[in-house]
Design a protein. Structure first.
Length: 388
């Protein structure tokens, strides 16, 4: 045997010996190559307890086991939600929540910043403005993420008046007495444009969106054309978008789902429909339920699609609540347009392609009154041109 060969074999044997010793020290046998899941978790748990340098939250570790299991599917639309996360998820879909009518964020300086103030809300009536910084809520001083979440939960559950203290963007400080109420989140706004054209923007398809859409249609009666703006609309409830599509489309299939076992479920529109010229505005962030409506309008030739190619989410999720209040959300079906097209990963190409101007952003929706930026919104300008 050559010296080189002897060296290689000797080095390999040493590595194997080291590996066996190392794994035996860790309490893991490599002889079989298979470790039962429960044993592996126990070993990892012991390693963390004995060696991890900082404090450990057992509850958080357990929650991330479940999150990791669902993440292992490799599907960005499937997820595990804790009880708290599931509560927030349902509130967003319901389109209402208990609060004071503001959208907030935690800044890098651990301050609560007011991003939006809803019209006719307790916050607006108390003089709280967009851009304000809130220092304290009730007896809670907001100094970090933990106190921020504590303040959020306090606002949602408060039965009596409480004091909100902070600073306006001009530097002046404020102190407001305020009460939490049930807040309906606006997801639809509308306006009458020149040329007797109606404009309805839908920001999401929540539980109360169809009702808000019907109110907008009634307010815009006797119009000569309608623009429905779905730009940046991430989707929402399938039942909601089908109710809205039923108002717009003639009799026939709106969409259908196909499940794992091959079963198909159809959503249909009746013969009552809006018989006016229609334009649908879309963008690359128009997804899911937005694409259900857009795809149906395009397949029926019921309107003109204007904007840029949509996101391409052609799958549907169901949520399964667990006994401890947590939830598993899973992708369970693909959906198809009336002509049998699955747009997943492809999106919908508009009839008239036009990109937004550099730096342009859609205004926030804080009430039912739309304020489209006609001067700078070249996509909306193009939509109006379609009617001419």
């Amino acid at each position: 045997m050559s010296k080189r060969k002897s060296f290689v074999l000797g080095f390999a044997a040493a590595c194997l010996c080291f590996a066996v010793i190392y794994n035996v020290r860790m309490g893991i046998s490599i002889l079989s190559g298979i470790i039962p899941v429960d044993k592996k978790i126990s070993v990892i748990e012991r390693l963390v307890e004995e060696n991890y340098v900082d404090d450990v939250s057992r509850d958080e570790l357990e929650e991330y086991i479940y999150k990791g299991y669902i993440a292992g599917l490799g599907d960005k639309y499937s997820s595990y939600m804790t009880a708290e996360e599931f509560t927030l998820f349902r509130e967003n879909l319901d389109g209402s929540y208990s609060g004071i009518g503001i959208q907030i964020s935690l800044t890098d300086e651990n301050l609560m910043k007011v991003e939006e103030v809803y019209a006719d809300s307790p916050a607006q009536n108390a003089g709280i403005l967009q851009g304000d910084i809130i220092y304290s809520v009730g007896e809670i001083d907001i100094t970090d993420s933990e106190s921020y979440l504590e303040a959020v939960n306090f606002i949602k559950s408060a039965d009596d008046k409480f004091t909100v203290k902070g600073k306006h963007s001009d530097g002046s400080e404020f102190s407001a007495e305020i009460s939490s109420e049930n807040i309906d989140i606006p997801s639809v706004c509308y306006a009458l444009l020149d040329g007797n054209l109606g404009y309805i923007r839908i920001t999401g398809f929540e539980t109360n969106t169809a009702e808000q859409f019907d109110e907008a249609v009634k307010a815009l009666e006797n119009i000569d054309g309608l623009i429905i703006d779905l730009r940046n609309n991430p989707g929402g409830l399938l039942t909601t978008v089908n109710n809205i599509a039923d108002t717009i489309l003639p009799e026939g299939t709106i969409t259908y789902l196909e499940y794992k076992n091959g079963e198909k479920k159809y959503y249909e529109s009746d013969s009552d429909c809006l018989d006016i010229p229609l334009v649908i505005l879309v963008s690359g962030n128009s997804a899911s339920a937005s694409e259900v409506l857009t795809g149906a309008v395009k397949d029926y030739g019921a309107g003109t699609i204007v904007g840029t190619t949509t996101y391409g989410k052609g799958v549907v999720q169901d949520s399964y609540s667990l006994s401890d209040g947590s939830c598993v959300k899973l992708t369970v079906a693909k959906y198809y347009t009336p002509n049998g097209v699955c747009i997943h990963g492809e999106g919908i190409t508009p009839d008239v392609e036009v990109s937004a101007a550099d730096g342009f952003s859609l205004p926030s929706v804080t009430n039912s009154s739309a304020q489209p930026d006609l001067e700078n919104d070249i996509q909306l300008q193009k939509a109006i041109d379609v009617f001419r």
